[in-house]
Write a protein that binds this ligand. Structure first.
Ligand code: ASP
Length: 345
């Protein structure tokens, strides 16, 4: 950058931050970027070169899909060399999925991709959107002592914290502090200043150029355990046409019923080549498969431990690995590695 103004690209995808109320139905609907930026005149007080691009039309993030992730990744790839950082404005509902997906798709990322949004639209008097947008821009422009980008990963900025994207979960449909990474410390605390936790920031081991992996294979499903699940239900879900991977949301430290039919159905699915990874339904902590007999039986049936990975990161990691065309045994192997800081091993 060498004394030059930070160059930041804002990519507006939609979400509450840019929504306005439909006067007839009174429901919130996405609106275009000009409306959004007109409501934040303070952005001009930042001495940055800011450009923007937007989804056309902007969407409620409940409609987010891998094709939108490709659109986002492509906007970042096309502009990668021309900008110091990227701010993605996104609805909160699927923000943690997008953050996780992008962390895998943008291989060898060396620049900040800061995702933010808000709980109240930017046009509302008590909006959290203005502060989130301005702080996200400042985080994207931050440099370390060597003049390198302070953040070199996909992160979520929301209210008082910056979180690693692939560790984050939406925790509240109400609070301004809507996100948290339950198994990883904040990358920065936002108070009077922006206090980075440099030890927690991800540093890519290689200097290889950024490479986008566009292919996300959606032949993956979640299966959530609950007392009373029927054998026929489990069999039916595991017989989903074309399914290649299952994120099995288990109890506590990775436990599941030890009924013979249950373990047998899981084992047979693994033998058919379906990759099954166990993640915990708890918001905090992770799978420790050998702690209890009920968890250990799953490992013996060929289920991979997801350790402390989030459900959002688990399903998008599977989409990414199958999207690379890897055979099940290699997908299993890479599920056991941390690819970009998504799991503590
Ligand atoms: N439904 C909205 C969205 O995800 C919620 C939000 O932005 O907070 O787009």
């Amino acid at each position: 950058m060498d004394g030059k103004k930070p160059k930041i690209l804002i990519i507006y995808t939609g979400g509450t931050i840019g929504m306005i109320e439909n006067p007839e139905t009174h429901v919130l609907q996405p609106f275009d970027f000009t409306h959004l930026i007109d409501n934040v005149p303070k952005v001009k007080m930042l001495d940055y070169d800011i450009a923007n691009t937007q989804f056309n039309p902007p969407i409620d993030s409940a409609n987010m899909s891998p094709s939108h992730w490709r659109e986002l990744a492509s906007a970042i790839e096309k502009n990668y060399d021309d900008f110091d950082g990227f701010v993605v404005l996104h609805g909160t509902d699927t923000m943690a999925f997008t953050a996780s997906a992008l962390s895998f798709m943008l291989e060898n990322l060396h620049k900040p991709v800061i995702i933010t949004g808000s709980q109240l639209p930017i046009g509302e008097v008590r909006t959290d959107g203005e502060e989130n947008l301005i702080t996200a821009l400042q985080v994207a422009a931050a440099r370390d002592k060597e003049g390198e980008p302070m953040v070199r990963e996909v992160a979520i900025l929301f209210e008082n914290y910056l979180w690693r994207g692939n560790r984050s979960t939406k925790m509240s449909a109400d609070n301004f502090n809507a996100f948290k990474s339950n198994n990883y410390p904040p990358l920065a605390k936002i108070g009077l200043g922006i206090h980075f936790n440099e030890e927690a920031l991800y540093r890519v081991p290689s200097r290889r150029p950024m490479k986008v992996r566009y292919n996300m294979d959606t032949n993956v499903i979640f299966i959530d355990l609950y007392p009373g699940m029927k054998e026929s239900t489990l069999r039916y879900m595991l017989a989903t046409p074309d399914v290649k991977g299952v994120v099995l949301r288990t109890y506590g430290a990775g436990n599941a019923p030890d009924d013979a039919w249950f373990i047998d159905t899981i084992r047979k699915a693994v033998e058919r080549g379906i990759v099954i990874m166990s993640v915990t339904q708890c918001v905090n902590g992770g799978v420790r498969a050998s702690l209890y007999d009920t968890g250990n039986r799953l490992s013996l049936a060929g289920v991979v431990s997801g350790h402390d990975i989030t459900s959002e990161a688990a399903i998008t990691k599977m989409m990414y690995l199958f999207g690379m065309g890897l055979p099940p045994e290699n997908v299993k192997k890479y599920l056991c590695y941390s690819l970009c800081g998504e799991v503590s091993l």
